[in-house]
Design a protein around this ligand. Sequence first.
Ligand code: NAP
Length: 247
Amino acid sequence: MNKMLEDKAVLVTGGSRGIGAAIARRFASLGSRVVIAYRSDRASAESLSAELSAEGGNCVAIQADVANPEHIEALVAGTVESFGAIDVLVNCAAIGPYRPLGEMDAPFVKSILETNIMGVVLLTQAVLPFMPSPGGRIINIASALAYRPIPTSSVYSASKAAVVTLTHAFAKEIGKRGITVNALAPGVIETDMTTKIIAERGEQILAMTPLGRIGQPDDIAGIVTFLASPEAGWITGRTIIADGGVT
Ligand code: NAP
């Protein structure tokens, strides 16, 4: 893959922390130009961007709430202003709160659907005019919970099942343009999103995992860069489950 992603303009949402930061780091290490998009953690996004730029990368941090359509337009405009095109979009931003039946209300459901589904739809649509055709790549981060939800994860799991279906449907819709759309469905990965779950159920998760350890953000980053590369040009509409063998 060495030179294949060199100079590619990559937009990673949720790039400030966790899995998105590992993805941004991996693209930068392969010579891609990277926009690290974040919602509120400016310090982490700017420090990652500065670190990768100091290592010779070409990275920019841009603030944008993907649940806000105006921010999406500004994020795309900022990316195009920085790099002139968008070769790869990685839709990684999401929120993952859990609540049991009986405790859900409309704002709770709406907040998950707006960030995890609407954000993916509107950003995908907004990047298309700036994506090479053929050759563009869209990679969505779903979740293994789309396939095996656990109690209290219902709305988050359903939002990720929607990402799986959007991936399949968008791939069919824009395949003629030579743009691929794929997704990854990680199992538990050690990030801020899973600190509580790992503290409460870490032993149980380890016991369920054939590969015998908790997944790390880097376990996901390499699959994303593979899907972004020309080597993956004949894969589209698919979701790869990457969970150490649990599912
Ligand atoms: P994380 O550590 O909680 O980071 C979430 C990232 O998303 C942050 O960069 C955050 O920005 C950004 N974000 C959240 N809401 C946003 C919004 N409305 N607009 C823009 N950015 C927003 O999460 P993670 O564990 O790395 O998860 C990354 C992706 O992997 C998510 O799609 C998640 O659903 C998926 N996933 C994670 C796991 C896991 O076990 N960790 C498993 C399966 C799937 P700020 O830093 O500015 O808040």
